[in-house]
Design a protein around this ligand. Structure first.
Ligand SMILES: [Cu+2]
Length: 456
């Protein structure tokens, strides 16, 4: 295909639902998503009915029915992803976004997926977790030649098992996944009543190493990433999961990072109902508030959202609920800066003392380099949230209408149910026998940075 034809086709396809005249005869359209907002669930217009999922800050790929196949068209290409307002990343993805669109099919569907490669290098797509013919598994060199730039390959298989899956390249994998090439896949049960829930959220766990001031991930980073994402977004730009009180909720996550993520929910206990291999038998489930999602794994958790409020939902590795800026700041807790700042200020105007009372940076207005995000950020109804990365809110509301995913705003706490300040006397707390005497309030407590000796 000439560049000019490719350009015209790309332009014609920019609006979802527009069928390209060039491609209509053979290839299904390849819709492009330009927005990083959470798209409304894709209600199936044909085929077997199912309860669609909601992809956090993402969307599901439309298909066409042809000769008994559900036909999808994925285009692997460079994309610009808004990681959060104020920061964009030059990533690689599919159909205009990273991660690529979620693919939803029904158990027993015959699926045909066209994959067009618009990357500057070869690729392939592995359908992670699917039971399929060996030659459809997408492993470059092993089960197929890689897809060269400009070429289109076709994958065909039956979606045999209902469950949670992913797709990603199996060609120059480290670089391509570090650039954001991945997508979610849900195979719904043939019987719509089976495993039915009221709301079903999905997202991929991702990690990037993008130096403050730059736009492209460092693809050779092995472990030291500085952006931890749900669907290539970081807090405060990850949409909340909005549910109606009493809803049965499923949240599915897949992990394509280089480390594990203990995913933690506040205010509810859940059960892991789905793993990489399918559904967990009810007799094999147990209640939890945190579940570890290992590298290459998928987990589906379910609970009844019976506790109204704005509940934190996050990875429990505290460095994964932070953004890029500020990782190189030394630990200064316990260091006495008094006098030092003034002296340094004579040499470096604008010098600030940071971290001597802890790490809190939320209230500081540091000027950031171009295209990066503060390490800890976000503001709630009671003040600074001091989070980043893999963090969002589960918003449980009594008044939320069925099928309404709009953010209802801050939770309105019933009177007398919020932690409050004690304003009476504070009696001296008992001290353990043999413990050193507490320093008198107001006395200096000086410890030299890096040293161990302290004196009063
Ligand atoms: Cu994590």
């Amino acid at each position: 295909m000439s560049d000019r034809r490719a350009f015209l086709q790309g332009a014609a396809l920019l609006g979802a639902g527009v069928v390209s005249k060039v491609g209509a005869a053979s290839l299904p359209e390849a819709p492009v998503q330009g927005s990083a907002a959470t798209a409304a669930p894709l209600v199936p217009p044909n085929g077997r009915p199912y309860n669609p999922v909601v992809t956090l800050n993402g969307w599901s790929l439309p298909w066409r029915m042809k000769d008994g196949f559900k036909e999808f068209h994925l285009v692997a290409e460079p994309v610009v992803r808004e990681v959060a307002p104020g920061m964009h990343a030059n990533l690689w993805g599919y159909n205009g976004q990273s991660p690529g669109p979620t693919i939803e099919v029904v158990e027993g569907d015959r699926v045909r997926i066209f994959v067009t490669n618009k990357l500057p290098e070869h690729t392939s797509v592995h359908w992670h977790g699917q039971i399929l013919p060996n030659g459809m598994d997408g492993v470059s060199g092993v089960t197929q030649p890689s897809i060269k730039p400009g070429k289109t390959f076709v994958y065909e298989f039956v979606a045999k098992h209902a469950g949670t899956f992913m797709y990603h390249p199996h060609a120059d994998e480290m670089a391509q996944m570090a650039m954001g090439m991945m997508g979610f896949w849900v195979t719904h049960p043939k019987d719509i009543r089976q495993h039915a829930v009221d709301r079903d959220f999905v997202f991929l766990l991702g990690a990037y190493d993008i130096e403050p001031g730059s736009y492209t991930p460092k693809v050779n980073t092995m472990l030291d990433f500085n952006l931890w994402t749900f669907n290539s977004r970081v807090f405060p730009a990850i949409d909340p999961m909005v549910v109606r009180q009493g809803d049965r909720v499923r949240i599915r996550a897949g992990n394509l990072t280089m480390t594990n993520h203990p995913i933690h929910v506040h205010g509810h206990t859940f059960e892991v109902t789905g793993t990489d291999g399918g559904w967990v038998r009810p007799s094999a489930r147990w209640p939890e508030v945190t579940t570890d999602v290992g590298v290459g794994q998928m987990r589906a958790i379910e609970f009844v959202a019976d506790n109204p409020g704005d509940w934190a939902f996050h990875c429990h590795k505290s460095h994964h609920t932070m953004n890029a800026m500020g990782h190189d700041v030394p630990t200064l807790i316990g260091v006495d800066h008094r006098g030092v700042a003034e002296k340094i200020n004579r040499l470096v105007p604008g010098y600030m003392v940071m971290g001597d009372k802890g790490g809190a940076m939320g209230g500081m207005q540091m000027r950031l380099p171009e295209n990066t995000l503060p390490m800890m950020t976000g503001t709630g109804q009671f003040g600074e949230i001091e989070m980043g990365g893999m963090f969002t809110l589960l918003k449980v509301r009594e008044g939320q209408a069925r099928g309404d995913y709009r953010d209802p705003g801050h939770y309105r706490h019933p009177k007398g149910t919020v932690a409050y300040e004690w304003t009476g006397d504070v009696p001296t707390a008992p001290t353990a026998p043999g413990a050193p005497a507490r320093p008198v309030e107001g006395a200096m407590n000086v410890r030299r940075s890096g040293g161990h000796e302290g004196h009063h």
